[in-house]
Design a binder for this molecule. Structure first.
Ligand code: KG4
Ligand code: ZN
Length: 340
């Protein structure tokens, strides 16, 4: 079965074709980063309008690359939420109306389920069950994953998400948007010089808290005015060290507590090389396996939505398929999902 995937929850339009027999056939992405950069963050109305401009050309490109036509598509998967409501509506109404005209089913996908399953697009995918660390701009969660739709929340952030902390700290250091990759680049020139706190490190649970780190960075930057480049890089180094250390230690605790030996990392912060370095070292010491999506599938993309949709489609009964009445879910708790 051939599934078209449509992602438009935030500032990336992603389209992909996933074949349940042959795997990922093609994918195309347009990032709005340059457009939002001058505002220092995502402007929702501009995001929606840009999705409208991109969705058709990207779909045509994806079909052409795979040497397929609209008539070859068996189902359309799209992100129903969580995300920006206007942006979600573009992908949702596009997917539902195209499916209606082609008389094929649609599968609404939870954006985080897309991220969570993205590492399974790679060779040698991990088997269920596993522990998943989901670290994006809006979420920092540890989950126990027993199968598609079988997700148990183990730990969550009490305040900022990891990506949000990277973005806010980058702003304090005068870096552009999105801050995560910019801060990671700056940290490469930094050295151990400052010491930031490690919030909730010994809390005895699997929760995170990152907002205190950002405040500690603010105090540091105020103390070292005017900030020279070397000081900025040293602050970035220590901030990245603190966040990646916290994430790694909590991942290892989650593996220990669940008794599982497989870890899956997904979401934009999963692209961070310091995090990967620390997780690789810690998991290999404990003889555990760790899997990541390829770098381009850490951040938002259509491939993960096509894949999650295809997995759900395979498990669905024909009478579970949707009848083209649709809504979006700008707020949607992953733990509400059920087995297909
Ligand atoms: O998963 P994603 O594309 O969007 C959400 O669903 O939120 O994640 C975007 C987040 C942003 O906060 C961005 O700064 C962060 O991921 N990010 C990184 C890196 N690449 C992206 N954070 C740290 N290091 C990176 N290399
Ligand atoms: Zn995302």
């Amino acid at each position: 079965m051939l599934v078209l995937g449509v992602e438009s929850s935030c500032d990336e339009t992603g389209i992909a074709l996933y074949d349940t027999e042959r795997g990922l056939l093609s994918h195309a992405l347009h990032s709005q980063v340059d457009m939002h950069a001058e505002y220092g963050g995502v402007v929702p109305e501009l995001a929606s309008r840009d999705h409208i401009r991109r969705v058709l050309p990207l779909t045509e490109r994806t079909l052409k690359e795979a040497n397929k036509t609209l008539q070859d598509i068996d189902a359309i998967a799209y992100t129903q939420g969580p995300g920006l409501s206007g942006a979600l509506l573009v992908g949702t109404s596009f997917a539902e109306s195209l499916a209606f005209s082609l008389q094929i089913p649609t599968i609404s996908v939870h954006h985080l389920e897309g991220h969570l399953l993205a590492p399974l697009l790679e060779d040698n995918p991990p088997a269920f069950p596993f522990v998943a660390l989901l670290v994006s701009g809006g979420h920092s969660q540890l989950m126990r994953v027993d199968g598609i739709g079988e997700y148990q929340l183990l730990g969550d952030t009490l305040d900022d998400a990891a990506g949000e902390a990277f973005d806010k700290t980058a702003k304090l250091l005068g870096l552009g948007y999105p801050g995560g990759p910019a801060l990671a680049r700056l940290a490469e020139n930094g050295h151990p010089r400052f010491k930031l706190p490690r919030p909730l490190l010994n809390s005895g649970d699997l929760n995170f808290s990152f907002s205190g780190l950002k405040t500690a960075v603010l105090t540091l930057t105020n103390k070292h005015q005017p900030l020279d480049e070397a000081t900025k890089a040293d602050i970035a180094w220590e901030f990245q060290e603190a966040v990646t250390e916290l994430l790694t230690i909590k991942c290892m605790s989650a593996l220990r507590e669940t008794g599982l030996d497989r870890l899956v990392v997904s979401g934009g912060v999963g692209a961070n090389s310091k995090l990967r370095e620390k997780l690789n070292a810690a998991t290999s010491r404990k003889l555990c396996q760790v899997s990541y999506p390829r770098l381009e599938f850490c951040t938002d993309n259509g491939a993960m939505i096509a894949f999650a949709g295809a997995m759900r489609l395979k498990a669905m009964q024909t009478n579970d398929l949707q009848n083209h009445h649709f809504s979006v879910k700008p707020r949607w708790n992953l733990a509400e999902l059920q087995k297909p």
